[in-house]
Design a protein around this ligand. Structure first.
Ligand code: NAD
Length: 420
C-alpha cells in the first residue's frame, strides 16, 4: 500500500503534490524529503457516545496526527465535521508544520478531528463527545507534547471541556493543554480574534506593496465563523466596504458596505447572517462577486478549476485552510490574481495560540494591547520575508512561503540527526 493510499484524501494528495514541486525547486536532500511526507504519529480512536434522546450508543471515529516532533511540542486545531478523515487531518498537520516555521514558532505541526456533524448536536452531546475524545487522546497530548486548539466546528467552550477533562486526569489545573480557551481560564481576546485580524493585517501588507489602501477596498468573505467574522470586523474598522458575506444558512449583499457591528448583533440572535436587515439576501455564488479582496474563511476546496476563471477579485487572502486547489491556483495566477496562501495568511491563529501557551506555562499575563502588537509584528515580518523570497526566486507567494517553511523544518531535522 502506498502512502497516498494510506492517507488517501484529495487534500493529502494536493499537499504532497505542492510539496514535491517545491522540494524539486529547492533540491531538498532526498532522505529528508521522503521523511517529511509522512506524519511521525497518527492516532485513530473510536469511541461511543450517547445522544440526548436515545438509550443506544453511537460509535464515532476521531484522529490526532503529529507531523514533526523535532522542534518542540506539536500544535494544531481540532475540527468536528462529518467528512473528517485520516488523510485530511494528516494534510492539515503537515500544513501546520510549515505554518509554524514560517512565523518562527517552536512547534511541529499537528491536527485532530472527529468525524461528526456538530450542527445538530446539543450542548450536552457536544460536551460528551469532547470529553470522551480527550480521554482517548491522553497518551499523546500534553502541555509539553501536543497542544490542541480550536478549528472548524469547535470553539472556546470545546477547549474549556478539553482542559477540564485533561486536568481531571492529571490531578491539577493544566491551562496550557489547549489554546483558544475562554478568558476566564487564561485565554485571551487577542487569540479569539487573531486569525481573522491576522488575515486582514497580511492583506493590508500586500495592498501596501501594490500601492493600494485597505480603506478604499471592497471585501467579500465566505464564512462567518471565528475567522470570517473578525476579518469582517477588522475590515469594517479600517473603513473598507464589506459588500458580501455568507455562511451555511445563506448569503447577504450590500454594495454600499455591510454594517458589521450590527451584523454581530443579528447573529447573536439568529443562527445565520441571512435575513439581516442592513443587506439583501443573495442567492448567487459570492466567491464570484467583483471586489478588491476575497477572503475564503469557511472550508477547504471551494476555489477549483471549474470556478477559478469566474473569480473577479484582485487579491485572495486564504483565511480557511486549503480553500484553493492546485489547478485553481494556476488559473488564478494566469489571470493575475494575487493569492496570499493559508500557511501565511491565517498564521495569526497559531501565533496568538503560542502567546497564550507561553503565558499559561509561565503563569504570566501580558496586556491585550501588547499581545496584539506582537501578533501584528510577527505576521507582517513573516509576510515581508516571504515577499522577498518570492521576488528573489520569481515565484508566487505560496511557493515562497513553502520554501521558507520546508527549509526551516528540514534544517531542524537534519541538525538533530538520526536516532539511534
Ligand atoms: P467556524 O466553525 O467557527 O466557522 C465556519 C463558518 O463557515 C461558519 O459560518 C459556517 O456556517 C461557514 N461555512 C461552512 N461551510 C460553508 C460553505 N460551504 N459555504 C459558506 N459558508 C460555510 O470555523 P473557523 O474556526 O472560522 O474556521 C474556518 C476555516 O479557517 C477553516 O478552514 C479552519 O481550518 C481555518 N482556520 C481556523 C483558525 C481558527 O483560529 N479558528 C485558524 C487557522 C485556520
Amino acid at each position: 500500500m502506498s502512502n497516498l493510499d494510506l492517507f488517501g484524501s484529495n487534500m493529502y494528495k494536493e499537499v504532497i503534490k505542492q510539496y514535491d514541486e517545491v522540494t524539486d525547486f529547492i533540491n531538498l536532500d532526498s532522505n529528508i524529503r521522503e521523511r517529511l511526507k509522512l506524519p511521525q504519529r497518527a492516532l485513530t480512536v473510536t469511541f461511543p457516545f450517547r445522544r440526548d434522546e436515545y438509550d443506544e450508543v453511537e460509535t464515532v471515529i476521531g484522529y490526532r496526527v503529529q507531523h514533526v516532533l523535532s522542534m518542540g511540542p506539536t500544535k494544531g486545531g481540532i475540527r468536528y465535521a462529518s467528512n473528517v478523515n485520516l488523510g485530511e487531518v494528516t494534510a492539515l498537520a503537515i500544513l501546520m508544520s510549515w505554518k509554524s516555521a514560517i512565523v518562527g514558532l517552536p512547534y511541529g505541526g499537528a491536527k485532530g478531528g472527529v468525524a461528526i456533524d456538530p450542527t445538530p448536536l446539543s450542548k450536552q452531546e457536544k460536551q460528551r463527545v469532547t470529553r470522551r475524545y480527550t480521554a482517548e487522546l491522553l497518551p499523546v497530548i500534553g502541555v509539553d507534547k501536543d497542544i490542541p486548539g480550536p478549528d472548524l466546528g469547535t470553539d472556546e467552550q470545546t477547549m474549556a471541556w478539553i482542559m477540564d477533562t485533561y486536568s481531571n486526569f492529571v490531578g491539577s489545573p493544566q491551562p496550557g493543554i489547549v489554546t483558544g480557551k475562554p478568558a476566564s481560564l487564561g485565554g485571551s481576546i487577542t487569540r479569539r480574534e487573531a486569525t481573522g485580524r491576522g488575515v486582514v493585517a497580511i492583506a493590508n501588507a500586500a495592498l501596501d506593496k501594490l500601492n493600494l489602501k485597505y480603506e478604499n477596498s471592497t471585501v467579500v468573505i465566505q464564512g462567518f465563523g471565528n475567522v470570517g467574522r473578525y476579518a469582517a470586523l477588522d475590515s469594517y474598522e479600517r473603513g473598507a466596504k464589506v459588500i458580501a458575506v455568507n455562511d451555511l444558512g445563506g448569503a447577504i449583499y450590500n454594495k454600499n458596505g455591510i454594517n458589521i457591528p450590527e451584523l454581530f448583533k443579528h447573529i447573536a440572535k439568529n443562527k445565520s447572517v441571512k435575513d439581516f436587515n442592513g443587506a439583501d439576501n443573495f442567492d448567487d455564488e459570492i466567491l464570484e462577486i467583483e471586489c478588491d479582496i476575497l477572503i475564503p474563511a469557511a472550508v477547504g476546496g471551494v476555489i477549483k478549476s471549474n470556478n477559478a476563471d469566474n473569480i473577479k477579485a484582485k487579491i485572495i487572502v486564504e483565511g480557511a485552510n486549503s480553500p484553493t486547489t492546485l489547478s485553481a491556483d494556476k488559473i488564478l495566477r494566469d489571470n493575475g490574481v494575487l493569492l496570499i496562501p493559508d500557511i501565511l495568511a491565517n498564521a495569526g491563529g497559531v501565533t496568538a495560540s503560542y502567546f497564550e501557551w507561553v503565558q499559561n506555562t509561565q503563569n504570566y499575563l501580558w496586556k491585550e494591547k501588547e499581545l496584539h502588537e506582537r501578533l501584528i509584528d510577527v505576521l507582517t515580518s513573516a509576510f515581508e520575508e516571504v515577499w522577498i523570497i518570492s521576488e528573489k526566486n520569481k515565484v508566487d507567494l505560496r511557493t515562497a512561503a513553502l520554501i521558507k517553511g520546508i527549509k526551516k523544518v528540514a534544517a531542524a531535522k537534519l541538525t538533530r540527526g538520526l536516532f539511534p
